[in-house]
Each structure stands twice: as C-alpha cells, then as structure tokens.
Design a protein around this ligand. Structure first.
Ligand SMILES: Nc1ncnc2c1ncn2[C@@H]1O[C@H](COP(=O)(O)OP(=O)(O)OP(=O)(O)O)[C@@H](O)[C@H]1O
Length: 289
C-alpha cells in the first residue's frame, strides 16, 4: 500500500463511514505507488532487471557486497538466503528506498533506476508487496480494488467515478485470479490472512505492474492458502515478472525455476532448487542450519 493510497483510503473512510476508527491490517508502509503510465521499458535485450556490483553499507557494515542479478522478462525468480543475507535491502535498492553506495541498477536496458525516486520507480510499473498485508479493513474487497484502480484521480474521483465497462471487466478478472469473487462485498477485515495477502496482490495486479517484488508472501498462510498462492504465481509468470523472497522451501520448490541464494550481501549460488540445495556452500551457510 502506498502512502498516497493509504491517505486516500483514510480520507474515503472518513467521508463514508465517519466516525468509524481507522484501521489497517499491516503496519509497514510499502514503497510502491500507482502505475500512472507504463513508461518506455525496453526488454529487447532479454532482461527486465539488472544489478551489477551493487554495494551498500550501513554504519560501516557492508549489507550488500558487489551484488549482481539479471532477471529476464516473465521470469519467476526466487531469492532465498539466511537472515541478514541482504534480501530486503536488495528490494529496497530496486524500489528506490535505499540508495546504493556504488553499482548499477537498470530496469530494462535503458532505465537507470538510480536516477529515480520511489514514486517514479513505482509509476514505471514496479510493484512491491511487503510481508504484512496492508488493506483497508473496513472497505469491501471490491472497494479496495476500486481504490487501487482509481489511480491518480484521487479520493473524490474514487468516490464518484463510475467504472467503465473495461474497468469492471478488469476488476472481475483480478477478483477471479485472486479467488475472491465470492468475497467481493465482504469487508477486507473479515478475510483470512491468506485472503488479505491475495487482495493486496490483486491491488497491485490491477495496476498491471511489469515487475512484482514479493517479500515472504506465504508467511503465516495455511497449507491450502500456500498451495493456492503457488497456483496464482504460476499463473502470473510470463505475463508479469516476479521476484519472490521466501523462506518456505516447500513453496519455493513448488514455484521456482531459478533460485538465487544470497549470503552476506552477495550471490552465493544460482540454479534450480535441487542444484542450490546440493551446493556445499549453500548447505553450510543456509540449508544445513
Ligand atoms: N537501515 C539499516 N541500518 C543498519 N543495518 C541495516 C539496515 N538495514 C539492514 N541492515 C543490516 O543489513 C543486513 C541485511 O539485512 P536485510 O534485512 O536486507 O536481510 P534479509 O536477508 O532480508 O534478512 P531476513 O531474512 O531476516 O529478512 C542485516 O545485517 C541488517 O541488520
């Protein structure tokens, strides 16, 4: 959820349901914003995201150390690694939340992300989902998606704007994708944890992101919810590019093509899950813990 969307949602709640208390299910504001225009993303060279020799230090501690990554359009890449490996910091760099000390970060072949701020990066079609769901709990599932769709028109427009047939179709399509069609009129606060996560993913999808960064999407989910999330991600890959940071190896095994293992801010190993699981260095630092 973006700060702007959060603000819009709160204003909307005040107007429609005052004096109901404001609620949100998560406590961390996400660094993405609406996708205003798709921008001129050039993926003709077979890459949608490219990091080279990226370094970041916090108070002298090298959290990201010459990190290089190359993600192809439509790929579903899983990033794993022990606590403190730099996974969150890597996503902070890509989304413009943290500036690296050195290195390159490109979206497609031509967009230098280090020249853009968080809102601009989000507007280019780069969506981020934090671990905790942040949806507007008193609003219905449909209203949450409608608000995400309302984009730059603002709260008043979101309140009074009549959806076009195309927008209705898009909402219905996303509701089906996230398997919440039957819950469309339910307040989001009454959804299960997994359903809230899907709703937030739906709020990103409705903006048609090119690249989605998802931080531990199945943490706290039931086995059934985890399986449904795997199905959703497998459906999304190809159309969208997904980078999934996850500790749940069962889930990673279910969805992964290529897995990148981060350790101490660098890529330790890359390959299929079976390949990295068989890598002695990985076993030592991570899987064998
Ligand atoms: N703002 C900050 N100030 C100081 N140190 C930081 C900051 N952000 C991250 N770090 C440190 O950088 C390292 C990498 O942290 P990061 O959160 O990126 O790891 P992670 O792989 O996401 O871990 P986890 O799996 O536990 O979420 C850690 O040692 C962390 O303490």
């Amino acid at each position: 959820m973006t700060p702007e969307l959060m603000e819009q949602g709160h204003e909307r709640l005040e107007k429609t349901r005052a004096p109901a208390p404001q609620q949100e299910s998560g406590d961390r504001r996400a660094g993405y914003a609406r996708v205003h225009e798709p921008g001129t993303l050039d993926v003709t060279h077979g890459r949608i995201l490219y990091l080279e020799d990226v370094c970041v230090s916090f108070d002298g501690f090298r959290a990201i150390n010459k990190l290089s990554l190359d993600i192809a359009p439509g790929e579903l890449r899983c990033i794993i690694g022990p606590n403190g490996a730099g996974k969150t910091t890597m996503m902070d760099i890509v989304t413009g939340k943290t500036r690296p000390d050195s290195g390159q970060v490109f979206f497609g072949s031509t967009i230098d992300l280090l020249r853009h701020n968080e809102a601009e990066i989000a507007a280019m079609g780069l969506g981020r989902k934090f671990q905790k769901p942040t949806v507007f709990e008193p609003l219905t599932v449909f209203e949450n998606l409608e608000l995400a769709l309302s984009g730059p028109r603002g709260v008043a427009a979101a309140l009074w704007h009549r959806l076009s047939g195309e927008q209705h179709d898009r909402l219905a399509e996303v509701l089906t994708l996230i398997q919440l069609s039957e819950e469309r009129q339910r307040p989001a606060g009454l959804l299960s944890h997994g359903q809230k996560q899907w709703l937030e993913i739906g709020m990103l999808l409705i903006q048609d992101p090119k690249l989605l960064l998802l931080d531990e999407p199945v943490a706290g989910m039931t086995d059934q919810e985890t399986e449904r999330t795997a199905e959703l991600f497998l459906t999304l890959k190809g159309k969208h590019t997904l980078i999934v940071v996850e500790h749940d190896m069962g889930f990673v095994g279910r969805i992964a093509e290529k897995v990148t293992v981060l350790c101490e801010g660098s890529v330790l190993a890359e390959g299929s899950l079976a390949q990295v699981q068989a890598d002695e260095r990985v076993i030592e630092v991570y899987l064998g813990r």
